[in-house]
Design a protein around this ligand. Sequence first.
Ligand SMILES: Cc1cc2nc3c(=O)[nH]c(=O)nc-3n(C[C@H](O)[C@H](O)[C@H](O)COP(=O)(O)OP(=O)(O)OC[C@H]3O[C@@H](n4cnc5c(N)ncnc54)[C@H](O)[C@@H]3O)c2cc1C
Length: 382
Amino acid sequence: MVDHTTVLIAGAGPAGLVLGNLLQAQGIGTLVVERASREQVQTRARAGFLGPNTARILTEHGLAAGMLHKGRSHGVCAFRGEDGEFELDYSTLGRGEVHTVYPQQDLVTDLVAEYLDRGGEIRFGSTVTDVDASTATIRYRDERGDGVATGRFLAGCDGGNGVTRQAVPGPRLTQDHGVSWLAVLAEAPQSMAAVTYAVHDDGFAGHMARSPGVTRYYLQVPPGDDPGEWTEERIWAALDTRMRTEEFGQLKKGPIVERRIVRLRSEVLDPIQHARLFLVGDAASSISPSAAKGANLAIMEAELLASALISALRHDDERPLAAYSRTCLPRIWRAQEFSRWMIDLLHPQDDDFHRALRRARLHSLRDSRAHQDFFAEHYVGI
Ligand SMILES: Cc1cc2nc3c(=O)[nH]c(=O)nc-3n(C[C@H](O)[C@H](O)[C@H](O)COP(=O)(O)OP(=O)(O)OC[C@H]3O[C@@H](n4cnc5c(N)ncnc54)[C@H](O)[C@@H]3O)c2cc1C
């Protein structure tokens, strides 16, 4: 049997779920095919910092109840290095905007519930195995066997390791930034009020709030390290050293409930569309988490694609769809550029010359209002 819908969506992450919700709200039929179980997608802890454009999209489209109820406004970050610590109150810099801290798994849980309420259908546990962009057809496999689904349009929202991106011909611009992080979740309250970035000769360390009882930490580790080699004691000892806790106060410690290696990589497809297939989020471009842009880009692109599909399906105007890549790519590249800027700022360099340059950039960020405004605008915006 072949399932048919208007817009077929591969992947139930932030990209696919925002897109599905916006289309269902307009009475446009959608079907989401998702490899993982509902439980898995609703417990995958990843992003947490939502920018103001994301908050606007969620609010305007009736998807923000959970974020408004449980999310926390965040407008200060701190930098620690060999010259001490300074804070930037970015809510008073640049455009005066802030982040909302709301864990991605909570957002995904809200989006799944709302999408189902709007009459959408998700096939959990169904893996897309093959894609035909010219007919907007996918083949998928689930516990019942093989299936086929078609749509008038197909949205590839199946992340950086998905299948749909393989059906888009064209160049892939990739960059391995040569840095790996151990991403850790600790069942512990945040230790500092602000996001804190620590630059140390041993490597970068980061502290980010997630929810009142859970904090994310990052530790730069040698590429190829095995997360299993990082015991709780070793993690807290490295964080103490790099966060200079003897000088700035102890960390609030607790059990480490997740540790994974994240290799800082970027990949941008150009174009991000082919025939009836349109890529959204990590499927279109992967970005290192150094500037917390991935989920924000995914949700921005989902809104743009929803609006273009509504023009095509409701007003018989396919021009916004034809321009989808051209509209998204400059924004993707600005996010990539700032993400790379953050990598250069936060990581120690092997040679003295580059070490001195990095230190000078931190001094400039500490002392120059113009530099701070640049940082604030790019840190929260896309
Ligand atoms: C440690 C970490 C911290 C991060 N912090 C931030 C942050 O603070 N702010 C931020 O903006 N971003 C952050 N990100 C990035 C962010 O999590 C991603 O950019 C975001 O999840 C992208 O959303 P997406 O919907 O495009 O893809 P995904 O969330 O990856 O969703 C893709 C979905 O497709 C499904 N899928 C994959 N293959 C198939 C298949 N063959 N068939 C069917 N389904 C399939 C997957 O199971 C998944 O559910 C972070 C990432 C990491 C790893």
